[in-house]
Design a protein around this ligand. Structure first.
Ligand code: CDP
Length: 248
């Protein structure tokens, strides 16, 4: 076996990309809201020296664009056309996943209750999903990518070498979300956050297209009671094992 530099062992210093293997993997991570996908996927990508793609942010950027352009969320054909015609650029920079649509940066507008409401509806629109899925596949084509979302293991990269279903107990996910909101000065009762999370879970699980499913060959990683580092080490170990078996 080649002398592979272990990214799992190097997590603490994470400045060195994983240079030991020439094989660039596709790493697909799906999971419900609040499971820690964004934080974990971003750190795993950095440890591997891979591209990080937050597909939720791409759906959010299209929701913002539709609102700014006055396109009704009921008008599926117009939403599909908009999604096919716009140019979406993304960059993971200084810990921030930045998104531009037709040259206009929307990063600051991706979070917030209007976008939260709009994206839930827009993510159910088939032509929108088709446009984003084909863009995401093109971005992942040459490997060396960690992509996270809801339909990555099932639809976008069904042949990814590493597939992870990241989850945590609903109460734990709601607690994390509540804490984040408190930090941003949003004083919402915990029960409301939990209720919203459960309703979002249902929407993610029940929609016709791109629903959150656990594919058979995905490794389930439950982040309840684990630190971010522990979770990252677990996923990096899966990547290491796959890279080792591919290069032998
Ligand atoms: O961070 P949070 O879990 O709140 O949401 P997100 O990951 O930013 O996703 C925003 C919305 O896009 C949610 O309604 C997801 O269901 C949807 N989404 C999707 O349909 N497919 C993806 N691949 C990623 C997100």
């Amino acid at each position: 076996m080649k002398d592979i530099v272990s990214p799992a062992k190097n997590l603490a210093c994470m400045t060195e990309p994983w240079a030991g293997s020439s094989r660039k993997l596709q790493v697909a991570i799906d999971g419900p809201a609040g499971s820690g996908k964004s934080t974990v996927a971003k750190r795993v990508a950095r440890a591997l020296g891979y591209l990080y793609l937050d597909t939720g942010a791409m759906y959010r950027a299209l929701a913002v664009t539709a609102m700014e352009r006055g396109i009704s969320l009921d008008h599926h054909d117009a939403l599909g056309e908009m999604s096919r015609l716009v140019k979406i650029d993304v960059r993971d920079e200084d810990g921030l996943f930045r998104v531009w649509v037709d040259g206009k940066e929307l990063t600051d507008k991706l979070r917030g209750s209007r976008t939260d409401q709009a994206v839930k509806v827009l993510a159910m629109v088939k032509p929108v999903r088709e446009a984003l899925v084909s863009l995401q596949r093109a971005m992942a084509d040459s490997g060396g990518v960690v992509m996270e979302g809801r339909d990555i293991t099932s639809v976008v990269m069904p042949r990814a070498e590493v597939k992870v279903f990241l989850t945590a107990k609903p109460r734990e996910r709601a607690r994390r979300r509540w804490q984040q909101m408190q930090q941003h000065g949003m004083d919402v009762p915990w029960e409301v956050v939990l209720g919203d999370l459960v309703s979002r879970d249902n929407k993610d699980l029940e929609r016709d297209w791109g629903k959150l499913v656990r594919v058979e060959d995905a490794v389930v990683v439950d982040t309840s009671g684990k630190t971010i580092d522990e979770t990252c080490v677990e996923i990096l170990a899966l990547c290491e094992a796959r890279a080792a078996c591919c290069t032998d």
